[in-house]
Design a protein around this ligand. Structure first.
Ligand SMILES: NC(=O)c1ccc[n+]([C@@H]2O[C@H](COP(=O)([O-])OP(=O)(O)OC[C@H]3O[C@@H](n4cnc5c(N)ncnc54)[C@H](OP(=O)(O)O)[C@@H]3O)[C@@H](O)[C@H]2O)c1
Length: 212
């Protein structure tokens, strides 16, 4: 598969790039500078592009089998940039005639009990709330695109660099937590789940929570 990966230079994006390359896919990695440090592979090409610009996305997406996103707003940027990116990516993907979009979302949207989203729980950290709400708004943009085969893959509450075990569980619309109530995954295993969803063409038109 030939995949355009937006956000390839990010913490999660670099792990998704590595996982896809290890599986034999060709990856075009996008960052604003055009640089993605630390990945050297004949099937990996890096390009510069602005994910808030639908024209850029359309031009870059053309000729790819799928568009993947590990986009996030920079620390010095308003979180609303994430919603702008979702709008531009949907428009660009549509313009390029690419059918498949897999988006790295946020855990805040996931339900912890029927009708209760993680972002609305008492213990949800205040400092995470703005980006969590922006990620939910991005979901609203993506989920309105019925003509695109989108999947919104949401990490668990905690996702950190770690080990690739190849193990994970998923739940549609729900936060995945273990028996002790811990909701976490390594970025490497999130990348495994991401690549599986992309390869299998499953979980179309849904939000899928991932975790151990
Ligand atoms: N528990 C959770 O819910 C949870 C936890 C962690 C992360 N996440 C979400 O997962 C996503 C990825 O997280 P991360 O930690 O890997 O983020 P990150 O390291 O900050 O990476 C963000 C990526 O987005 C790219 N980007 C930002 N603005 C762009 C633009 N206008 N055009 C093109 N590329 C742009 C950056 O590229 P350049 O800066 O190089 O251009 C970078 O590759 C985020 O949406 C984040 O909110 C969720």
């Amino acid at each position: 598969m030939k995949v355009l990966l937006l956000g390839a230079s990010g913490r999660i994006g670099r792990r998704i790039t590595t996982e896809l390359l290890d599986r034999g896919h060709a990856v075009t990695g996008v960052s604003r500078s055009g640089d993605v440090d630390g990945i050297d592979d004949p099937d990996f090409e890096t390009v510069a592009g602005d994910a808030t610009d639908a024209g850029d996305v359309a031009e870059l997406a053309a000729g790819h089998d799928a568009v993947a996103s590990a986009l996030g707003p920079s620390e010095d940027e308003d979180v609303a940039a994430l919603v702008e990116m979702a709008e531009a990516v949907v428009e660009g993907v549509r313009e390029a005639g690419v059918d498949r979009l897999v988006w790295t979302g946020g855990a805040g949207i996931l339900e912890v009990a029927p009708g209760v989203q993680l972002v609305d729980t008492e213990d949800f950290p205040d400092e995470w709330e703005p980006v969590a709400r922006a990620a939910i708004e991005a979901y609203d943009v993506i989920s309105a695109a019925e003509d695109i085969e989108w999947t919104y893959l949401a990490p668990p509450a905690f996702i950190e660099p770690g080990e690739r075990t190849g193990e994970y569980r998923t739940a549609e619309g729900e936060l995945v937590a273990d028996d002790e109530g811990e909701s976490r995954i390594s970025m490497e295993d999130f990348a495994v789940a991401f690549a599986d969803v992309l390869e299998d063409g499953t979980a179309v038109h849904t939000q899928l929570g991932v975790g151990y």
